[in-house]
Design a protein around this ligand. Structure first.
Ligand code: DQA
Length: 156
């Protein structure tokens, strides 16, 4: 997928985390582990830097704020790593926002959503993104950034 013409070479990649992910480390430890969102964001910044990229890390519990961030990314970022969390399974609006973005997008889930409750098996978002990574825990974010870096290198 082409890099958006308006985003300069030095622009960051957006790492967007959805609702309740701010509670990582406190929430459902058996599913998500003890790592915090701050740990994940640090991993993202470190991995991005290893590939000569910058990660702009954000989290929101609000659907509209996530959609606004995706709109902003159209011109301000070079790619998106997104864990839409619960909105993965419900948000047509977030899917539409991502469909309108001409950037490489990687959807990440910490857990393997296909091994969990049936309502988590379908992601509204997966059909409009290039890549989906799930079940690799926090390492999935590092994989996502490494993959984005590869795509951005190929599209230079
Ligand atoms: C999640 C999986 C979703 O089903 C859930 O609502 C989350 C986190 C994950 O990272 O495994 O909040 O996206």
């Amino acid at each position: 997928m082409p890099n958006h013409a308006d985003a300069p070479q030095g622009a960051p990649v957006l790492v967007l985390n959805g609702p309740n992910l701010g509670l990582l480390g406190l929430r459902e430890l058996a599913v998500y582990g003890r790592g915090t969102l701050a740990d994940i964001e640090e991993l993202c910044r470190r991995t991005a830097a290893e590939h000569g990229l910058r990660a702009d890390c954000r989290q929101s519990n609000h659907e509209g704020v996530l959609i606004d961030a995706v709109h902003e990314a159209r011109t301000a970022h070079r790619g998106i790593v997104i864990n839409p969390a619960g909105y993965s399974h419900t948000s047509v609006a977030l899917r539409d926002a991502l469909a309108a973005v001409e950037l490489p997008v990687v959807e990440v889930h910490l857990s393997n959503i296909h091994r969990r409750e049936a309502f988590r098996h379908h992601s509204c978002v997966s059909g409009v993104v290039g890549t989906v990574i799930c079940g690799a825990g926090a390492h999935g974010y590092a994989m996502a950034l490494t993959h984005l870096a590869q795509l951005l290198e190929e599209n230079r």
